[in-house]
Write a protein that binds this ligand. Structure first.
Ligand code: TYM
Length: 442
């Protein structure tokens, strides 16, 4: 178990050591708006140090004992991303297993900040994983699309643009296969102006009163010149983790002033990449101070799927060759991987045959390790690559095949998502779920 969480006023940057002006080295920076890997003294980008960020933020690393218990309690084989350590860290996942074992319901919650019309494959990771968790636990799920956040934080984006991105991204998310009966998707600007947000809004206002400017500045690195909306936004992403914000999902009244005590007491599990953790540290620190206290939301954190340029690289909308987009054509995927995916192979064929390659830094292999489900096949690729039997071209070919199949499968589902289907996912309504069919009530 991890120790107590550091207060959210602890600076986010891992760059706490004195800056050496002669050196180009800087330490990694991970926060919800800026994810940068460390560089060495020559300015070379290094891989993210996930153990360091977990230690810094006092999260618990996912270990084999927890995974064994996960399998025992749910009767399901852990997802390949759990088996391979790609979802590597958590807060209170063991408590969620206790709750599931007792046959109690918890809320599953995740989200997306719609900053572009199409999501890239990195963004698909938490949603694919959330879909798996929805299948495993059979619980209600809320997906928050923060068009307000993106408008506030991205200078160049207008409100109509972010709203349209949110609708397009919602269709992307639906294409991943969520069950409409158990899933409520909402766009902030729409939900907050509907008649269903009264309890969300009361929770947000109460939370805004509990946290100070200093706490928000400390958690997110804001200063006096940060716009007021950005300071206030944090409360919204935080209270979205309270089941009491969505009484209609549970068939409860949402017009009365009083929020449901029972719902306030419901646990929540949030799958996301580690960059979103600062928001949820803030809610974990303050949820017990609410008038109707809520338990600390549990989290399960993933690593970042690397950009095509390799370890520590960032997928960025401003560089289309940094990422594979869910809207890319077969030709674009092939070109991007063949031309831009960093290779862990040797410079010449002779050297590669002699010395072998390094799959650990090979982007094609990294992508395969996310999308190839067959553990043995993946292990064989790694072994053959290290031995120099498998070449960079071979690995890239496997990767092109795998990514094309994934993106085409996604696109085939995406064309079927009509406006009507989108509206149904976004309609505030009572959800239906089963929960644990074999609880061991204690
Ligand atoms: P956003 O849009 O930046 O990211 C959406 C989700 O994708 C994760 N992510 C990645 N995961 C793996 N590899 C990558 N390369 C990669 N890039 C991004 C993010 O961690 C996130 O889980 N403020 C949020 C929206 C939000 C939210 C939430 C996210 C609202 N409520 C609850 C997670 C959970 C945002 O802008 O996400």
């Amino acid at each position: 178990m991890a120790g107590p969480e550091p207060p959210s006023v602890a600076p986010l940057s891992l760059a706490e050591s004195a800056t050496d002006t002669a050196s180009k080295a800087h330490e990694q920076e991970i926060n919800p708006w800026d994810v940068q890997a460390a560089t060495d003294e020559q300015g070379n980008t290094l891989a993210f140090d996930y153990a360091a960020i977990s230690a810094k933020w006092n999260t618990s690393l996912i270990n084999s004992t927890l995974l064994e218990r996960f399998e025992r309690v749910t009767g399901r084989k852990p997802h390949r991303w759990l088996r391979r350590g790609l979802f590597f860290s958590h807060r209170d996942l063991d408590r969620i297993l206790d709750i599931y074992e007792r046959g109690e319901t918890f809320l599953l919650y995740t989200g997306r900040g719609p900053s572009s019309g199409s999501m890239h494959i990195g963004h698909a990771i938490p949603f694919e994983f959330t879909k798996y968790m929805q299948d495993v636990f059979d619980v209600p799920l809320v997906i928050m699309l923060t068009d307000d956040e993106k408008f506030l934080f991205k200078e160049k984006l207008t409100q109509p643009e972010v709203y349209q991105f949110a609708r397009d991204n919602a269709k992307d998310i639906i294409s991943i296969g969520f069950d409409v009966k158990k899933t409520f998707i909402y766009i902030d600007s729409e939900f907050f102006t509907s008649g269903y947000n009264r309890h969300f809004s009361l929770n947000a206002t109460e939370f805004e009163k509990l946290i100070t400017n200093n706490q928000v500045r400390g958690a997110f690195g804001f200063d006096g010149s940060t716009n007021v909306g950005s300071n206030a936004f944090a409360a919204k992403q935080c209270v979205a983790a309270f089941a009491s914000s969505y009484p209609f999902i549970f068939g409860e009244q949402c017009t009365s002033y009083h929020r449901s005590k029972k719902l306030a007491a419901m646990a929540c599990l949030i799958p996301c990449a580690i960059d979103q953790d600062p928001y949820f540290r803030l809610v974990r620190e303050n949820c017990s101070r609410m008038d109707q206290p809520s338990p600390k939301p549990a989290l399960i954190h993933s690593k970042f799927l690397t950009s095509l340029q390799g370890a520590g690289g960032k997928m960025s909308a401003s560089n289309p060759n940094s990422a594979i987009y869910l809207s890319d054509t077969e030709k674009q995927i092939k070109n991007k991987i063949n031309k831009h995916a960093f290779s862990g192979g040797q410079e010449t064929l002779e050297l590669h045959r002699e010395l072998g390659g390094n799959p650990d830094i090979d982007v094609a292999f990294q992508y395969l390790s996310y999308f190839e489900d067959d553990d043995d096949k993946l292990a064989t690729f790694a072994e053959q690559y290290r031995k120099g039997v498998m070449l960079t071209g071979d690995m890239k070919k496997e990767c092109v095949g795998m990514m094309t199949a994934y993106v085409q499968g996604f696109q085939a589902a995406r064309v079927k998502v009509t406006e009507e289907i989108l509206e149904e996912f976004m309609r505030p309504r009572k959800l239906e779920w089963r929960g644990n069919p074999n609880p061991t009530k204690k």
